[in-house]
Ligand binder design. Sequence first.
Ligand SMILES: [Zn+2]
Length: 247
Amino acid sequence: MPAEKAQALVLRTTDWSETSRIATLWTREFGKVRALAKGGRRLKSAFESALDLLTACSIVLLRKSSGGLDLLTEAQVVQRFPRLTSDLPALYAGYYVAELLADWTEDDDPHPTLFEEALTTLSQLGQPGVPTGPRLARFEVVLLRELGYSPTLETCAACAAPVAAGGRFGFSAAAGGVVCAACLPQARDRHVLSPPARQALVQLGQPDEAWRQLSDAAVRAEVRQVLNHYVTYLLGRRPRLLPYLGS
Ligand SMILES: [Zn+2]
């Protein structure tokens, strides 16, 4: 088994035996990996507290060639996110980031952009002047894009007609995005989507922190509802943290 170095975010840990833990890690290099940390439950182990939830660490893995678990041989803390522990909405948002990455990404499917976005999200959540709802929504939009589920926002997801900026339209998870007025009656899971909320979803996907401009409470609430609906549809179940998220 070759030893590999990686940058990782701790998404989940489960006790495995009296002395060992299994860690689910989101890594820059390999995507999601599950690794056995022998001695990971002992207070003075080689891992110290690097395996705490939502800790960014530098790791060394012995990779299993097929199936089974990798073996974690080293983990050193690179970054913690202390602001999360003093701000409950930010902490729930952080847990939600971990839940989505743990339950939605595939093993060994790396997305370096999504790794960076996760770390940026966790470091910004809870900071003064950072609105938790839009910051989290930005993460979700990047996640959707990286996993190939970007909602269609500029044209009707059903008939591909351009969607007029001020027109009447809705959102359908099953169709995969915005649905025009003509197609709306046929969309069974249609949701209300106001023109400003559609524009907000477009903005969330833009670079340069355009998410910071989402200040309208009603628009933010609508964006949260649409994302809840879409993520739940795609995952096939409601994420556990969803009821705890604010907008
Ligand atoms: Zn249409």
